[in-house]
Design a protein around this ligand. Structure first.
Ligand code: NCD
Length: 334
């Protein structure tokens, strides 16, 4: 194993905001080069692997598209195709996959999985979602979208998180980023579905306003970002987080009448997939970025993540970036 190898497992690895700005600037550069038909073949001759043991559309395909666009070849496996279905331990699978590829993007339903895989990997591992733990690359592309849209990003912003805050792993990574890098700049407004609150350990060190349903309407006109999430039914009933309970389906649903209350330069983001939490009539509103800007930004942000991780630059300014021993995300409590 190379001594300098870096993995991207948790948002807690970022301790210096300059690592975010350098990533965002690199994503911008890649966007410009790509738009002007210049070569972005930075991964030419390399193989990138995706190992997704849980469903995915955007995370897997955007990483694969990002790798292809930069000239890499992509190999992939899913829970249906994998020997994990024959009882192989994830540590054993990664030992093999990481000798075929220069980098592995992995998603797994268990919280501990991705860190354990990284411990046995011969190449860098990116966390594409570990159970209801974290989803750092989604939060990074979301932050890039906010930065991209707002010339005054550095002054701070108000963000409202809605829906399944217990299981929404992109929000868990967001909370780490805010606590570590933006604590004095960002105020977080929480609108959880009944019974699906943010884990208490993620509240520490963040400026939080807890809202009731009627507060949501009151605060919407002051929001810069409204971040919607679906109720993660697949994690309920036996899985960590929640039991199936009809109350969990009592949550704020965005309608066009809500969107018009928002600032003209406000934005509605969603990691997708969307269920009932945003009415499709909202999709044409210029503040609805989830099917457009956020998706495109995801591609460029993930290109930049691949390139910087492979170059050992992703945590250039963050002392904790290397040698991550135990992620705080691994101890999410309700
Ligand atoms: C999210 C995920 O998988 O955590 N989706 C995604 O990666 N784009 C959110 C979700 O599944 O609801």
């Amino acid at each position: 194993m190379e001594w300098s190898m870096q993995h991207l497992i948790s948002a807690t690895q970022f301790t210096n905001i300059n690592d975010l700005y350098e990533l965002f600037n690199e994503a911008e550069l890649l966007r410009c080069l790509h738009a002007s038909d210049q070569s972005i073949d930075f991964l030419n001759g390399k193989i990138v692997a995706t190992a997704f043991y849980e469903r995915s559309t955007r995370t897997r395909l955007s990483f694969e598209a990002a790798a292809h666009l930069m000239g890499a070849k992509v190999i992939s496996e899913t829970s249906e195709s994998s020997s994990v279905g024959k009882g192989e331990r994830i540590e054993d699978s990664i030992r093999t996959i990481s000798q075929y590829a220069k980098l592995v993007v992995m998603r797994h339903p268990s919280i501990e999985s991705v860190q354990s895989a990284a411990n046995f990997s011969y190449c860098p591992v990116i966390n594409g979602g570990n159970g209801n733990g974290e989803h750092p690359t989604q939060a990074l592309l979301d932050l890039y979208t906010v930065w991209h849209q707002r010339t005054d990003f550095e002054k701070g912003f108000n963000i409202m998180f809605c829906g399944d805050l217990a299981n929404g792993r992109p929000i868990h990574s967001w909370m780490h980023f805010i606590r570590q890098l933006l604590a004095d700049k960002v105020t977080v407004y929480l609108a959880p579905a009944t019974g699906l609150k943010l884990p208490v350990n993620l509240r520490t060190g963040v400026n939080i306003v807890d809202m009731s349903e009627k507060d949501i309407i009151h605060f919407l006109p002051t929001m810069d970002v409204v971040y919607m999430t679906r109720i993660q039914k697949e994690r309920m009933g036996g899985h960590r987080g929640a039991d199936p309970n009809p109350l969990y389906f009592d949550y704020f649903k965005m309608r066009p009448s809500h969107m018009v209350l928002m600032k003209n330069n406000g934005m509605v983001l969603h990691p997708l997939p969307r269920n009932e939490e945003i009415h499709s009539d909202c999709d044409t509103d210029h503040r609805a970025l989830y099917h457009t800007v956020q998706v495109t930004n995801g591609l460029y942000a993930r290109m930049a993540m691949l390139r910087r991780l492979l170059n050992g630059q992703l945590f250039a300014h963050s002392s904790k970036g290397n040698n991550l021993e135990k992620c705080s995300a691994m101890t999410v409590v309700g």
